[in-house]
Design a binder for this molecule. Structure first.
Ligand code: NAD
Ligand code: LMR
Length: 329
């Protein structure tokens, strides 16, 4: 397995590369950044593992030969490249800069390794994933079952904050978030855990998960947003992808994916899939990518209402991403 990190010198990129360095399913770890990753790669190369580590950096502002080399024969590509928020900014305020970064990287991915699994971290995820899809469509190489926006951090936060309320932290898969990755588009799904909480606790928990990114941005006082927890989240997600590819096991994950042509067992999910092109949903992953959207189980009236309420904002952010690519042609 060859896994490529695009944006490997950043706060997320470095920590994620550290976590991936000891993953026995990865034969070759490739670090790419516009800031030369030689130092990060050399540092990581002293951690004993059979894994090969390589690094690439563009030779000039217009050079893409190094990116092409980095992506050659990749199986999995992850993109944490892009600027993070400062206090007072929304994720959408990152659009103008990050949209072009993601589009340029995805264009070369489409030329070199369009069959690889592609996971996007760069914000605003609700728009950068549609940007990637539209760019790949324009190159006739879009594989919707292999494009993912990583929303795992929202589920990690939900697990942690629920643990703080109940004393139970071993709840992975029992609670998760669906929808998008910003404010009210993040919809926590609590399953049976909702029976253990009061209405006030549920309200507080939902609100905290939705705005947890702001908590970190404010605490970091202008020095960026979540990096360590995000790296842990991306590592969890990528471990799932690697397991699905390498072992052929069906792996359950949650991600922001193109839902329009996926199979789904649940009629609520099928209904929603007609209304929105991309949505964060629980998925079953196989070696070819997303096999199907899993059932959301029995949702509360509030959860259903929150999903409906998230759709107009989400649709507008998705359309903004697609429009950006169409207008850049
Ligand atoms: P950072 O500034 O620390 O790192 C970004 C890295 O990207 C830098 O090393 C930079 O040199 C690199 N980069 C910029 N343009 C590039 C290009 N064209 N090609 C390759 N590399 C390039 O930022 P960070 O804190 O690591 O955050 C990165 C992104 O992840 C931000 O957009 C942030 O909002 C987002 N994020 C998403 C989530 C999520 O849940 N999906 C969580 C946290 C952060
Ligand atoms: C997060 O949720 O922490 C990330 O999306 C970063 C941010 O800007 O909040």
């Amino acid at each position: 397995m060859k896994l490529v990190v695009l944006g490997a010198c950043g706060g997320i990129g470095q920590t994620l590369s550290l976590l991936l360095r000891t993953n026995a399913l990865i034969d070759e770890l490739v670090l790419y950044d516009v800031v030369d990753p030689v130092g990060v790669a050399t540092d990581l190369s002293h951690i004993p593992t059979r894994q090969k580590i390589r690094h690439f950096c563009p030779l000039s502002k217009t050079d893409d030969s190094q990116l092409r080399m980095a992506l050659q024969d990749a199986n999995v590509v992850v993109i944490p490249a892009g600027i993070p928020r400062k206090p007072g900014m929304s994720r959408d305020d990152l659009f103008n800069i990050n949209a072009s970064i993601v589009q340029q990287l995805v264009k070369v991915y489409g030329e070199i390794c369009p069959e690889a699994f592609l996971a996007i971290i760069s914000n605003p995820v609700n728009s950068t994933v549609p940007i990637a899809a539209e760019q790949l469509r324009s190159q006739n190489c879009f594989h919707p079952e292999r494009l993912f926006g990583i929303t795992t951090l929202d589920s990690l936060r939900l697990e942690q904050f629920l643990g703080e309320l109940t004393g139970e932290w071993d709840v992975q898969g029992q609670v998760y978030t669906v929808g998008g990755h910003s404010g009210e588009t993040i919809v926590p799904v609590l399953g049976n855990w909702r029976l253990r909480l009061s209405p006030e606790q549920i309200k507080g928990l939902v609100n905290r998960v939705r705005y947890a990114g702001d908590e970190v941005v404010q605490a970091k006082q202008g020095k960026g947003s979540a990096t360590l927890s995000m790296a842990a989240a991306a590592n969890r997600f990528l471990c799932g992808i690697l397991r699905a590819i390498c072992t052929g096991e069906t792996v359950d994950e949650v991600a922001f994916v193109n839902v329009s042509r996926l199979k789904a067992d649940d009629c609520f999910v099928r209904e929603m899939m007609h209304k929105v092109e991309f949505f964060g949903v629980p998925i079953s992953l196989g070696p070819e990518g997303v096999a199907k959207v899993k059932s959301l189980g029995s949702l509360s009236a509030d959860e259903k209402e929150a999903i409906s309420h998230s759709l107009p904002t989400l649709c507008a952010q998705i359309a903004k991403g697609a429009r950006f690519v169409k207008e850049s042609k």
